[in-house]
Design a protein around this ligand. Structure first.
Ligand SMILES: Cc1cc2nc3c(=O)[nH]c(=O)nc-3n(C[C@H](O)[C@H](O)[C@H](O)COP(=O)(O)O)c2cc1C
Length: 240
């Protein structure tokens, strides 16, 4: 019998690592199958148990089924996508790749969720947010990651759409001015979770090797004798 202080059992760990490593951003592959209410509630409740600066829990979740609403959001996406495409006018290869990418599943997914940030909740004094105001938004991102991983464990795909106008989202969804939309998510069952990120598969970018982003003791050391073992282990990961 394990206690609360023990590490997870190997089965429990396997489940967690499976969620982490097999989670994908899903834009295609959505199938026509409803997410049961109890599964959706579990996913939302997991999101709601995320860490938050000063325990401010600054998130709200707008759950959207309406086709009419989604069409308006899709329209905002199309406008913003055109703007992105024009930013690549001087790099036609990249522009061509971008045009071919599927970057949202707003209409094909079962449910859309807009996750917002309310800087005024429990404020104005939020413990821990006094020096770095962005910690409020970071907290919302923690909730989104909980949602994303739990959805994966439930077999539900999630795609984050950020090619949208915040003003459009505020108008379409009736979000008050002081509340900021952070993420627009598309959720649904899928016929496949890809092994690798879509952007990697199409040759847009590769996963950076871990050793490139590790520094020892300060920014300027990427190798240090006192960190030899861990450095070796990280480099061995690169070979796989
Ligand atoms: C803040 C944020 C915004 C994103 N916006 C979009 C988006 O607008 N469209 C899209 O297709 N993917 C979007 N993504 C998904 C990323 O492209 C994806 O996470 C990345 O390519 C790695 O793939 P993976 O999530 O499958 O591991 C977003 C991800 C994050 C974290």
């Amino acid at each position: 019998m394990s206690t609360d202080l023990d590490s997870f059992t190997s089965t429990e760990k396997d489940g967690l690592y499976k969620a982490v490593f097999s989670r994908r951003d899903v834009r295609s592959h959505f199938i026509d199958k409803k997410i049961p209410d109890d599964v959706l509630v579990k996913i939302l409740n997991a999101a709601h148990h995320a860490p938050s600066v000063g325990y401010s829990q600054p998130w709200d979740f707008i759950i959207i089924k309406s086709k009419a609403t989604r069409l308006k959001v899709k329209n905002s996406f199309s406008v913003e996508r055109e703007k992105s495409i024009s930013l690549l006018d001087n790099d036609l290869d990249k522009q061509d790749k971008y045009i071919k990418l599927k970057l949202e599943g707003i209409l094909e997914s079962d449910i859309n969720i807009c996750v917002t940030y309310d800087p005024e909740r429990f404020g104005p004094f939020i413990l821990g947010r006094t020096s770095i105001p962005e910690t409020g938004e970071y907290s919302v991102c923690c909730a989104i990651q909980n949602l994303w991983l739990t959805a994966r464990a439930e077999g539900v795909g999630v795609g984050w759409v950020s090619i949208l106008s915040i003003d459009d989202l505020r108008k379409i969804l009736g979000i008050p001015n002081h509340v900021k939309p952070i993420a627009y998510l598309c959720l649904g069952y899928v016929n496949k979770f890809e092994d690798r990120p879509d952007l990697e598969r199409v040759g847009w970018l590769k996963r950076t090797i871990l050793s490139k982003v590790i520094h020892f003791e300060d920014w300027n050391n990427t190798e240090l004798s006192s960190w030899y073992n861990i450095n070796k282990m990280i480099q061995n990961l690169n070979d796989r």
